[in-house]
Design a binder for this molecule. Structure first.
Ligand SMILES: [Zn+2]
Ligand SMILES: [Zn+2]
Length: 296
């Protein structure tokens, strides 16, 4: 198949929306591309390393080459690929040695993205672990991000909003704005909005009014120029629960209305819309269903 044939075989080809799941990269990062293509995904997320290990082995030279070749062969653009950093990393860890460990692991992740030609790395800001104030924790995160930005080139550090479970920060737009204010090179920072986290954090996004108000706040508090991607998830937990439990599209408390709003929102054109839904056997049909929501 030619590149163009791969692209036009995918649901939503010719629209301005790019949708796909967080696919497995087991056996080599290049497998993520095959997995995404097999599902008809026009965007995807991946881990560039084993996310359960602090310091996994470096990428194989052959893997790097295959990844780059296949990316263009299958017609995927870096702007539609949103790698996710390891959940072990906590840039706001109050313990200096644990924070340094997180910094080293994050640097490794950024360098992997650089080598693969990827332009963004999505991560959860961090947790205060009840040892320091939220403000101090957010300041530490910004400090670490500045150091990491200095040591790397080109890759955007994309902060994800969280559900605010436990001592996780980043569940208020003000938290994200607080961090961004302290970043020296603002063109190196971005934001990813997770729909399940947003609802769990207390933003009512299921009605057209609530959805509009959320983006109004986003623009006012953070700034629309920072938006780099969306995690498109239904939620098992309700508004303001501060609990992070994703559900397949249409099977949680979200209702299909939110996804209709998203798929018809021109603000989200050309961004990676990533499914982190729990049942991978549904991914293909979830992608198809989402595109059916686009109004002609
Ligand atoms: Zn995440
Ligand atoms: Zn997410």
């Amino acid at each position: 198949m030619t590149t163009q044939q791969h692209i036009s075989a995918r649901p939503g080809a010719g629209t301005k929306k790019f949708v796909g799941p967080h696919v497995s990269s087991s056996g080599g990062v290049e497998n993520a591309i095959l997995n995404a293509d097999a599902l008809g995904a026009s965007a995807f997320a991946l881990y560039t390393r084993n996310q359960r290990q602090w310091f996994p082995k470096p990428l194989e030279e052959s893997s790097i080459e295959s990844f780059k070749t296949m990316l263009s062969e299958y017609g995927y653009q870096p702007k539609h690929i949103l790698p996710h950093a390891s959940y072990l990393i906590n840039l706001g860890n109050p313990d200096p040695s644990m924070r340094a460990k997180s910094r080293h692991a994050f640097l490794d992740e950024l360098q992997r993205c650089e080598i693969l030609g990827l332009t963004m790395l999505n991560f959860h800001p961090g947790s205060h672990l009840n040892k320091i104030s939220p403000e101090d924790c957010l300041s530490l995160i910004a400090e670490e991000m500045n150091l990491l930005i200095q040591k790397t080139k080109g890759v955007k550090l994309v902060i994800e909003n969280t559900a605010g479970q436990g001592t996780n920060l980043g569940f208020r737009f003000e938290h994200l704005a607080y961090i961004i204010e302290r970043i020296d090179e603002k063109q190196r920072v971005g934001v990813c909005i997770d729909t399940a986290h947003t609802l769990a954090a207390g933003y009512e996004i299921r009605t057209a009014e609530g959805y509009g108000a959320m983006w109004h706040d986003f623009d006012l508090i953070i700034g629309k120029q920072y938006l780099c991607g969306i995690h498109l998830n239904d939620s098992k937990k309700d508004l303001g629960s501060r609990v992070d439990r994703h559900a397949p599209i249409g099977e949680g408390v979200m209702g299909i209305g939110l996804f209709e709003l998203v798929m018809n929102d021109p603000r989200l054109d050309d961004l990676p819309l990533i499914l982190e839904t729990p049942d991978e056997t549904q991914w293909k049909s979830e992608i198809e269903r989402l595109f059916e929501l686009i109004e002609q």
